[in-house]
Design a protein around this ligand. Structure first.
Ligand SMILES: Nc1ncnc2c1ncn2[C@@H]1O[C@H](COP(=O)(O)OP(=O)(O)OP(=O)(O)O)[C@@H](O)[C@H]1O
Length: 264
């Protein structure tokens, strides 16, 4: 992580997240206090169903939080309108409905929607951002292909390029390595790491690839049933934070190799 030119991009103060309908409120997590600096790659990890997607949706404004504060670039999220928010946070969700009839270039160009006029004409500045995003993700050879022609890994990179074209200081991704083999999982996560270093953007992503995240990320947000912790991988390892993440009859955390292993 860079040490100069850093400031806090995302901060939560006593945040509670969950679901609210007319008759009841379902609390998923409370007392969430996290800070993400510019240029940081941050993984959100936790067991299935603990609330990772709920947290990412709450941070990105797709759903309301129950209580507490979210500050983005120092601005209170609930005082921003959706256009202002879309210049601060770009989001890549799993299983996001996208029109696969679009070309790769057209899909990436959608990232410029917060900036284009009402008929969506691209300015020279929009085109510069689109071309930079294509270059950063290294997919210029794919730009004229239709999205239905892409492999899962290529589509994931295209969605990352769309988020980059949106030119926000914070990019949020929900499980960007789903459906990818271990080589492409590492490839996408290494790409995210390189992007934080080259652009000074902050990238927050939920993942089940904990071993890869431990090796690559500046910080980890560890979401458990009754608490959410944040720290560098080393800080969390030193606090024994991973030891009881999974039932130890099957999965153990090996401190010496800093990886999860099967308990044989
Ligand atoms: N629309 C909804 N209304 C009510 N509860 C929901 C809704 N969506 C999810 N939940 C519940 O919120 C909890 C957290 O779900 P969430 O999808 O955030 O977990 P997750 O950590 O992302 O899981 P996974 O790792 O399996 O993707 C679960 O108990 C889930 O059933």
């Amino acid at each position: 992580m860079k040490t100069s030119n850093q400031h806090i991009i995302l901060q939560t103060n006593n945040l509670s997240i969950g679901y609210r309908n007319k008759s009841e409120e379902t609390l998923i997590a409370k007392d969430i206090n996290i800070q993400i600096e510019s240029g940081a790659l941050v993984a959100l990890i936790g067991v299935n169903g603990v609330g990772k997607s709920t947290l990412l949706r709450s941070l990105s404004g797709i759903q309301d939080s129950l209580n507490g504060k979210i500050l983005i670039n120092g601005l209170q999220k609930n005082k921003l309108n959706s256009l202002e928010l879309s210049t601060l946070i770009s989001v890549v969700l799993t299983e996001q409905p996208i029109s696969k009839n679009l070309s790769v270039y057209e899909l990436i160009a959608l990232g410029r929607q917060p900036y284009t006029n009402w008929i969506g004409t691209l300015s020279e500045e929009d085109k510069t951002h689109i071309n930079q995003a294509i270059e950063l993700v290294n997919i210029s050879s794919l730009q004229h292909k239709k999205c239905y022609e892409l492999s899962d890994g290529q589509l994931q990179k295209t969605l990352i390029a769309r988020a980059l074209a949106q030119n926000t200081p914070l990019v949020i991704l929900d499980e960007p390595t789903t459906h990818l083999d271990i080589y492409h999982q590492a490839h996408v996560l290494k790409l995210l790491k390189d992007l934080t270093q080259r652009t000074n953007k902050s990238i927050l992503f939920a993942t089940h690839e904990i071993n890869l995240a431990l090796q690559l990320c500046d910080k980890i947000i560890l979401m458990e049933k009754d608490k959410v912790s944040i720290g560098t991988p080393l800080e969390l390892i030193e606090k024994d934070a991973f030891t009881n993440l999974f039932p130890t009859d099957l999965i153990i955390f090996d401190r010496s190799s800093q990886t999860f292993k099967i308990n044989t």
